[in-house]
Design a protein. Structure first.
Length: 280
């Protein structure tokens, strides 16, 4: 299964711009894709609590109807995430961006830089499923998954890296999936996009290592979100289902890495604090 809640189609635009109560203009800046709900929203809120000014990017600007399928998990908009951040004393901008559009992605990065002046961290979280036996695979669904899960993360990096390289610092964290590392029945297309994303991270990590920029991929585990509720995902029932907040500590730790501390790694969130993460 795949798809997405209804979204309003408007050009990318900065809203909920930082006010006087926001973070000081010298605080760090993070751009989070897929920040309207689920794992991306949890990471965006966690980054704000850590003191980052946050650009929240996705398409949804209006709440889905209360009777939408999996309404609790579908709920959330870019403006709602930005509002939650400002209510906690942070600074956020909500930027509408359809990640299938290179123009939207370029505008997303430009708007973030115009509003905040720099980008310290990219959290490449947005993703969609591509669940179907291969003979029945809908080509549009495959193309959408390739665009959002593979092409978009590389394009966000392409447009943001010049500013990061100019400052010789930054961190890029991509949200991958355990599906990149093993067989998932009915999800050949999805697995393929996530292993491509991980290869992108490993190769990009080497390209930008001389500039001090870290690039890592995080497999979040099985998280109770709209995407998870929508999917059938046979063969994953044994993995504990956790709330999006469970991803935040590991994601924040990765965001704060540099090329000389931790880069070019694919890590499982469940191993955070065991095989990777802060030293005792
Ligand atoms: N949940 C899990 O168990 C699980 C497991 C492994 C990996 N993951 C990965 O975790 C990441 C987040 O997934 P989630 O579980 O939080 O799913 P989710 O609740 O469905 O959230 C997906 C996010 O991606 C955004 N998105 C989708 N299409 C987009 C587009 N065309 N342009 C811009 N944004 C788009 C959505 O925003 P809009 O609809 O507002 O655009 C939403 O914010 C994904 O990369 C997923 O593959 C999840």
């Amino acid at each position: 299964m795949s798809g997405s809640p209804d979204t309003a189609l408007t050009p990318p635009i900065a809203r909920d711009a930082p006010g006087d109560a926001g973070r000081p203009s010298n605080s760090r800046v993070a751009l989070v894709t897929g920040g309207s709900r689920g794992i991306g929203r949890a990471i965006a809120l966690g980054l704000a609590d850590r003191g980052y000014r946050v650009a929240v990017a996705a398409r949804t600007e209006a709440e889905p109807p209360a009777d939408a399928p999996y309404a609790r998990h579908a709920s959330g908009t870019i403006h709602d995430t930005a509002r939650r951040i400002t209510e906690r004393g942070g600074t956020a901008i909500a930027i509408r961006c359809d990640l299938t559009s290179a123009k939207d992605i370029e505008a997303l990065v430009r708007t973030t830089l115009d509003c905040f002046g720099s980008i310290d961290a990219l959290v490449l979280n947005a993703g969609v499923d591509c669940e179907s036996p291969v003979p029945e695979l809908d080509i549009d669904v495959l193309d959408r998954a390739l665009a959002i899960n593979v092409r978009a993360p590389l394009l966000v990096a392409k447009f943001a890296l010049p500013a990061m390289i100019a400052r010789e610092s930054g961190s890029i964290v991509a949200v991958s999936s355990g599906a990149a590392g093993g067989y998932r029945p009915g999800r050949v297309g999805y697995s393929m996009t996530k292993i491509a994303l991980e290869r992108m991270c490993l190769s990009l990590a080497e390209e930008v290592r001389p500039h001090g920029i870290a690039v890592n991929a995080l497999r979040p585990g099985r998280i109770d979100t709209w995407m998870n509720r929508r999917g059938d995902w046979p063969g994953t029932g044994h993995i504990p289902l956790e709330e999006p907040d469970a991803v935040v500590p590991g994601a924040l730790w990765l965001v704060e890495q540099t090329a000389s501390t931790f880069t070019g790694q694919v890590v499982d969130r469940a191993d955070f604090g065991r095989t990777w993460g802060p030293r005792e």
